[in-house]
Design a protein. Structure first.
Length: 252
């Protein structure tokens, strides 16, 4: 077992384990929160934990959180044809990078991405998109009811009292980020390349279930639903086993 960090295109990737590489791309929460539950897979796989800009030890973003910049940062990491597993906002940059070099991706596992445009007539998805864009635009100054609704939908550990310090820090870090409503990854390029894809969700928000259904249809993907951990699907019962089954099926 080995663990080491490497700087690539100004971002840091921490690798742990041995075996075929699995590139892990987090969203609004950091790598430890997002991927801690799948850490035991390092016994059989090299887990490459990407630290997106703004998440130490990677540097802060030059201007703002931006999925297009994420895609540029991820592109050099695809040279070795890894499996890629991405969560939430991290899915956006992942899809853009994969569409630009589809032959470099062995497989994709996509967890609850904010691709609300895939269900254009869904009022709940439209509300989720508005909430997300509002929080990105206004940060901690978002109206308290809207902020708490969005945080609950995205799995933040909040109660009725003051927001925890780490949640506040996350909101401040995301403030000013590029709105997810601007993302239009080239899904046709990924589907036409025949990349094996698994789309998973946590069965906690109907709008996200419909978004994931639509994404799976667009990519001819396998579909998995793992309730029990909200938005942090990687922590749900059965997810790690389903992921490993999918990875093993697509080793070549």
């Amino acid at each position: 077992m080995r663990r080491y960090a490497r700087l690539v295109s100004e971002i840091v990737v921490v690798r742990d384990g041995s075996g075929p590489e699995v590139l892990l791309v987090h969203g609004g929460a950091g790598p430890r929160t997002t991927w801690g539950p799948v850490a035991p897979l390092a016994e059989r796989w090299t887990l490459a934990y990407v630290h997106r800009r703004g998440y130490p030890p990677s540097p802060p973003p030059r201007e703002r959180q931006d999925f297009e910049v994420d895609a540029l940062d991820l592109a050099p990491l695809l040279v070795g044809s890894p499996h890629v597993v991405a969560h939430s906002y991290g899915v956006l940059g992942t899809l853009i990078a994969a569409a630009s070099a589809p032959g470099s991706v062995r497989s994709l596992t996509l967890i609850e991405p904010p691709l609300n445009y895939l269900v254009p007539d869904d009022p709940e998805a439209a509300r989720l998109e508005r909430l997300g864009d509002t929080v990105l635009a206004h940060g901690i100054d978002t109206a308290p009811t809207q902020l708490r609704e969005f945080l609950r939908l995205t799995g933040a550990p909040i109660g009725d009292g003051p927001l925890p310090k780490d949640v506040v820090a996350g909101v401040r870090r995301a403030h000013g980020g590029r709105p997810t409503s601007e993302a239009r990854p080239d899904l046709d390029a990924i589907r036409d390349a025949g990349i094996p894809v698994l789309v998973t969700s946590g069965d906690h928000t109907p709008a996200l279930e419909r978004i994931c259904d639509a994404l799976a249809d667009a990519l001819n993907a396998e579909r998995g639903v793992h309730p029990g951990a909200g938005h942090f699907v990687a922590a749900a019962p059965g997810f790690a086993e389903r992921l490993e089954t999918f990875l093993r099926k697509n080793l070549t």
